[in-house]
Design a protein around this ligand. Structure first.
Ligand SMILES: C[S@@+](CC[C@H](N)C(=O)[O-])C[C@H]1O[C@@H](n2cnc3c(N)ncnc32)[C@H](O)[C@@H]1O
Ligand SMILES: [Zn+2]
Ligand SMILES: [Zn+2]
Ligand SMILES: [Zn+2]
Ligand SMILES: [Zn+2]
Ligand SMILES: [Zn+2]
Ligand SMILES: [Zn+2]
Length: 466
């Protein structure tokens, strides 16, 4: 979002609006109450006001940004919803163009817009994720919604593990499915709190079910009230166990996310007076090629083989050759052996690794692990001393396995495994440190820099097609 601020600066400028000191309406970033700015110059958005960090002028230091009118519309949204649900069914409409529930007195304004019939609206009110179109922000917050199969797998898994309070961070569809299950009167009852940046959800959920939240800086948009509610939710009263489950946009950086999740874990500890060894149960859904980055931040996590499926993801549409493999996995501090993956989808239990693995993930006695990261059957290469993707061949001039059409002999200095310039793969001291091996890539540090740095989401996605 702070790109907008850069653009504002580029196109004419911005001015600070000094507010009354007692004005407590300013949203806060980690640096305290934000400052109110106004766009000047002649651009389209002249006069539009926004909040940005009071301390940092460089967005690299703090990327907090919020349009001032967005805050107002958010409060309005809640009032609208209360009004809306009190309407007789046949008067309920949803404007597709504006992504808004429309009140009768507002119909004229939306007369030329595309609206959904009352039937559809009523039917879908319980499934807001079907009513709202997924945000398709090319940058980082494209909204990919779980396919039913994956959503129900997650729900059943959490139930099976005995969790009754689910903190849904960027998982609106899971939140919705939990609510639906409660409406059907199933027991045990589960509680769910949705934290998401998409303010359209204010139309459907009260403050006790939804907080507008930024998972990149652990910021709650409604300040104290939301924070207090969040803290209360983490309190495990009468033995109701809490689990956090998150599915961040894949363009997101791992470190700021991990930092926010750690803050949550600290809050959980404080609320429950847990001993130091205790950890807040967490499930982080992210592509497998982020494994080493995530484990760097959370060494107690492990990656599970389960492939998360989405409804609207361009990569995983069912193609001619059957279902494409999803690169998205679960990372968790829960014990992998307790998470039973569906047998009818081919997952099986490896008694050596003590976890469920994909059908194609055969245990390699030489590596002493089920090595596959992408679900395909990997092959052990004796020269490399590890298992590699099936499409790779050992290249004697490079001294390691690679795709047959790899740029041979180029940039092959240093160790293939850890990136060090001081030795080759064969003598790598870290060769058996699983965390250093990044499937499909050269030495871990180089690749990681690439993923974390300039590469676009598209680049990252392309990495899966090898
Ligand atoms: C990849 S989608 C995951 C949706 C999930 N698969 C589901 O079906 O419920 C990412 C979600 O994170 C939300 N999101 C994006 N950026 C966010 C941010 N900075 N803070 C909090 N939520 C964010 C999006 O609105 C979206 O709901
Ligand atoms: Zn700040
Ligand atoms: Zn409209
Ligand atoms: Zn195994
Ligand atoms: Zn092997
Ligand atoms: Zn090899
Ligand atoms: Zn080569």
């Amino acid at each position: 979002m702070s790109k907008i601020m850069d653009d504002a600066v580029d196109s004419g400028g911005i001015e600070v609006i000094i507010q009354n000191e007692e004005d407590k309406t300013a949203p806060r970033c980690p640096h305290g109450p934000a400052l109110l700015f106004e766009k000047t110059g002649n651009g389209e958005e002249k006069g539009r006001r926004f909040y940005a960090c009071s301390a940092c002028r460089d967005r690299k230091d703090c990327n907090f940004f919020q349009w001032a009118d967005e805050k107002i519309s958010e409060a309005r949204m809640l009032i609208r919803y209360c009004h809306f649900v009190s309407l007789p069914l046949e008067q309920r409409r949803f404007c597709v163009d504006c992504q808004l529930l429309i009140l009768p007195e507002e119909r004229a304004t939306h007369a030329k817009h595309k609206a959904l019939s009352e039937d559809t609206t009523v039917q879908r009110l319980k499934r807001p994720s079907l009513l709202l179109c997924p945000l398709d922000n090319k940058k980082s917050n494209a909204q990919y919604l779980f396919a039913d199969r994956s959503c129900h797998f997650l729900l059943d898994m959490l139930l099976g593990l005995g969790f009754q309070k689910i903190l849904c961070v960027g998982t609106p569809r899971l939140h919705e499915v939990i609510k639906l299950r409660n409406m059907k009167g199933k027991s045990p009852k589960m509680k769910s709190l949705l934290l998401d940046i998409d303010y359209r959800y204010c139309q459907f959920y009260g403050q006790d079910e939804f907080c507008r939240y930024n998972m990149f800086n652990h910021h709650f948009f409604d300040d104290e009230e939301a924070v207090t509610f969040f803290q209360g939710f983490l309190r495990e009263e009468e033995g109701a166990k809490v689990v956090m489950i998150t599915d961040p946009p894949f363009g997101g950086l791992v470190k700021p996310l991990a930092n926010s999740f750690s803050q949550m874990a600290i809050t959980w500890k404080n609320q429950n007076k847990v001993s130091n060894a205790g950890q807040m149960p967490m499930i982080w859904i992210f592509p497998y090629f982020f494994e080493s980055r995530i484990l760097e931040c959370f060494p107690s996590f492990s990656m599970l083989d389960y492939q998360v499926d989405y409804d609207n993801h361009p990569l995983y549409k069912h193609g001619k050759t059957g279902r494409k493999q999803s690169p998205v996995r679960l990372f968790t501090n829960l014990s992998p052996k307790d998470i039973i993956l569906p047998e009818d989808e081919g997952y099986r239990f490896c008694s050596v690794c003590e976890r469920y693995v994909s059908a194609g993930n055969k245990h390699c006695p030489k590596c002493d692990t089920c090595p596959s990261k992408d679900g395909r059957e990997w092959r052990h290469c004796d020269e490399c001393g590890r298992c590699v993707k099936p499409s790779w061949r050992h290249c004697s001039s490079c001294g390691h396995c690679a795709l047959p059409d790899h740029p041979c002999g180029q940039s092959q200095t240093g160790c293939f495994n850890c990136g060090s310039q001081k030795h080759k793969l064969r003598t790598c001291p870290k060769k058996h440190n699983k965390r250093m091996i990044v499937p499909g890539g050269r030495g871990a540090p180089g690749l990681l820099k690439h993923i974390a740095g300039k590469s676009t989401t598209k680049n990252k996605r392309r990495r899966t097609v090898t």
